[in-house]
Structures are given as structure tokens and as C-alpha cells.
Design a protein around this ligand. Structure first.
Ligand code: SDX
Length: 381
């Protein structure tokens, strides 16, 4: 039977689960979390509330919001041995490798992760949502040779992440930009890293292991790793009139242009539109207009060449310019993606494990026909 069965490479187009959490319309360029579109949420909500929405399916009442935020603030600290580990590994490891290690290490210390029931999986998930900004900020500080900054309970989630990373409190625009970027990265259907988390928890493994799988998956350049490489491309191009030459060389070598194309969006990624607006604002404010003009030139050329194939900028194309312009080093861009996406990873793993079905697909065998005769080694040529 398996010989004849058709299969979809990379599971393209395969519906692998049912969800109520998020909706991606790749034809009309719409992204909605629990039915609220990202334009509404980035304008009127904040990351804490969006994280609650993804997890529990509704906007919190004032009382629920206060309780949830105080739970996040209680759990946002990490212990001294974790800071020590971060200091040690950050001398050599890429920040995404450090993030993978630290989440795994923290999981090893949490006894509730040995054989967690569904409630414990939720509790572990909230701990991880609370701790991700603290961990990523500490990794950024250690890899830049800077002293650690402990969380400030007075600050919002996004502002606290900025403060612990930059060593100064953000101004209102910087805080709004970071909050918006985290909301835009919070969830995105069955993307590879979310699927990786769900696959892991479907064996009833623990949420730390599921998030470690997700971080490992997000690291790749075809997924979260693209934002770091997109900025490198823009900087390598240097100026708008160099864009044609650089792109032609890469296209000749059949190289993928980082920050463009998407498995689902065949139109402009709605997240890229919002991030582009902030990138334009902050580069103008910081006197880095050339960076933005180079990026838009690359965009125009790419859309002219490949637009009719449905290839447009995705979330990773402008996010790097934004993070760079507010002082983040490029190798921390993908960890910032993970700070946003932690809520989607937890929400979808938690949703799935409540009505669990072990993920176990099949493969079509195309190898040698069995049984093959075993030839003793002294008779082989
Ligand atoms: C994210 O899944 C998610 O939702 C992910 C994400 C999320 O929020 O979780 O949205 C975040 O990962 C965004 C994507 C970031 N990755 C990149 O920017 C890397 C560059 N992009 C490509 O590698 C690619 O577009 C993918 C991986 C994003 C999607 O790839 P697909 O669906 O497997 O498409 P494909 O590689 O089969 O390409 C189809 C055609 C090919 O041409 P042909 O061989 O048919 O002639 O389009 C071409 C590709 O060569 N193409 C590109 C291209 N992307 C697709 N050509 C040049 N540059 C590109 N970026």
C-alpha cells in the first residue's frame, strides 16, 4: 500500500490539527489571534493581554488581567546559577544555541517537569512566557560582555525586555515598537517551530522539552534565522543603487533571498507592513535612512522579479532593521523572535495536549526490496 500512496513533501498543504488559536489567510494577507486581527491588537492591546488571549481564548477582565500580569512578574526572575550558565556559554555559543541550552537547563531543575499533568504543563508554560525576556536579555548582555540587568517589576513586559537588554528604559515609542514586534511574532499557525513543540508534547513529554524543540527549530535560516540574515543582506548591499547587482548575483546562484517568500502568504505579509512602518520611522529618527532606502529598493526589485510568483517580504525582512536601530546586535534577532513566539508555542502545545493524539506520520518506502541476502564480509568486493 505504501508504495502507491502520494505524499506531500514538507507536509505542504497538510492539515495536521484543528485549532481555535490563530488564523493565517495567505491569499488575503490576514493574520488573526482568536479572531482579533493583528492591526487591532497592535494598536489597542499589549503583549501581556495578547499572551492571555492566545492561551485562554478571550480578552481578560480587569481582574483576570491583573492576576495574570502579577503571575508573570512573579515568575520573570531567573536564579543565580542560570546567570552563571549564561555567562559561561555566551563566550562561544550563538545566542540561539545559548537560549536552547538555558531553557533545557531550567527544565532540568524543575521537578514538576518529570511527568507533568495537563495543569502542570500550563504552569510550566506560564513560567516560560514570564522568563523568556529575562533569559534572552541576559544572553544579549553576556554575549556583548555587559553586566546583567535584573527585571524591574514596575515595567511592562516589552519595556522590561528592552530595559534588561539595553541597560536603559525605553522611551514611549521604543516601548510601543517592542510591544508591537512581540505581538506580531506571538503566533502564526502551524509554522515549523510551533509544530515541533506540539509534536514533542504529543508524546506527553514536558513543556520545557517542547519549547527546547521549538527553539532548536526556529534557529534555522529558512525560519526564524532569516531575520539576522536579511539585515546582513541589506548591509552587504550597502546602498540602493547596488541592489540590482547583489540580487542578480544571488539569484544566478539560486540563493534564497532572506526575508522574502512564505509557505502560506502569497501576498505581502501583514506583519511586514507594520514593521516596515516602524523601520522607516526609527531609521529616519536615527539618521540611518540609507539602510531603509536600501531595503525598500531590494523589496521593489524582488517584487518586480518574483511578485507574480507570490513572493513578497515576510515578517523577517524589516524586523532586523528595527531591532538593529534600537541597539540589538544581529545575532540576538532570532532570540527576540522567540520572546514573541513563546506565547504561541505554549498556547498551541497546551491546546493540543488537552485533546492529545500522538503525532506519528508514515513514510513511503523506496529502498531495496526485502529480504536481501546477507554476504559475509570476506566475500564482499
Ligand atoms: C518565517 O511558517 C511560518 O509561518 C513561518 C513564519 C512564522 O511566523 O512562524 O512566518 C516565520 O519563518 C518566515 C520565513 C522566513 N524565511 C525566509 O525568509 C527564508 C527565505 N524564504 C524561502 O526560503 C522560502 O520562501 C520559505 C522557506 C519561507 C518558504 O518556502 P517554500 O514554501 O518551501 O517555497 P519554495 O522554497 O518551494 O519556493 C517556491 C518557489 C521556488 O522557485 P522554483 O524552484 O519553483 O522556480 O519560489 C522560489 C523558490 O526558488 N522562492 C524564492 C524565495 N522563496 C521562494 N526565491 C528566492 N528567494 C526567496 N526567498
Amino acid at each position: 500500500v505504501e508504495q502507491k500512496q502520494e505524499f506531500s513533501r514538507g507536509l505542504e498543504g497538510v492539515i495536521a490539527a484543528e485549532t481555535k488559536i490563530g488564523y493565517v489567510d495567505g491569499i488575503n494577507g490576514i493574520l488573526a489571534y482568536r479572531g482579533y486581527d493583528i492591526e487591532t491588537l497592535t494598536n489597542q492591546s499589549n503583549y501581556e493581554e495578547v499572551s492571555y488571549l492566545l492561551l485562554y481564548g478571550k480578552l481578560p477582565s480587569e481582574k483576570e488581567y491583573i492576576e495574570y500580569v502579577s503571575e508573570l512578574k512573579k515568575e520573570m526572575y531567573i536564579e543565580d546559577d542560570v546567570y552563571e550558565l549564561i555567562k559561561k556559554i555566551s563566550r562561544t555559543a550563538h545566542p540561539m544555541s545559548s537560549l536552547r541550552t538555558v531553557v533545557s537547563y531550567i527544565g532540568g531543575k524543575d521537578k514538576t517537569s518529570v511527568d507533568p499533568d495537563v495543569k502542570q504543563q500550563e504552569e510550566i508554560g506560564i513560567k516560560l512566557i514570564a522568563k523568556m525576556p529575562t533569559i534572552v536579555a541576559a544572553i544579549k548582555r553576556a554575549s556583548s560582555g555587559e553586566d546583567f540587568i535584573k527585571p524591574d517589576p514596575e515595567l511592562s513586559y516589552a519595556a522590561n525586555f528592552f530595559y534588561q537588554s539595553a541597560g536603559r528604559k525605553p522611551d514611549t515609542v521604543e516601548a510601543k515598537m517592542m510591544d508591537t514586534a512581540l505581538i506580531l511574532h506571538a503566533d502564526h499557525g502551524m509554522n515549523a517551530s510551533t509544530f515541533s513543540a506540539m509534536l514533542t508534547i504529543s508524546t506527553l513529554s514536558d513543556m520545557y522539552s517542547a519549547i527546547t524543540s521549538a527553539i532548536s527549530t526556529l534557529k534555522g535560516p529558512l525560519h526564524g534565522g532569516a531575520n539576522e540574515r536579511a539585515l546582513a543582506l541589506i548591509k552587504e548591499t550597502g546602498s540602493p543603487d547596488n541592489a540590482e547587482k547583489v540580487l542578480s548575483e544571488k539569484m544566478e546562484k539560486k540563493e534564497k533571498i532572506m526575508g522574502f517568500g512564505h509557505r502560506v502568504y502569497k501576498v505581502y505579509d501583514p506583519r511586514a507592513k507594520i514593521l516596515k512602518g516602524y523601520a522607516e520611522y526609527i531609521t529616519k529618527k536615527n539618521g540611518q535612512e540609507k539602510l531603509f532606502q536600501t531595503a525598500t529598493k531590494i523589496e521593489d526589485l524582488m517584487v518586480n522579479r518574483l511578485g507574480e510568483k507570490g513572493i513578497f517580504p515576510n515578517v523577517d525582512f524589516y524586523s532586523g532593521i528595527l531591532y538593529y536601530s534600537i541597539g540589538f546586535p544581529p545575532d540576538v534577532f532570532t532570540p527576540i523572535f522567540a520572546v514573541g513566539r513563546i506565547s504561541g508555542w505554549v498556547a498551541r502545545s497546551y491546546e493540543y495536549v488537552q485533546n492529545n493524539r500522538l503525532f506519528r506520520p508514515r513514510s513511503r518506502y523506496a529502498g531495496e526490496k526485502a529480504p536481501r541476502r546477507y554476504v559475509p564480509i570476506n566475500e564482499r568486493n
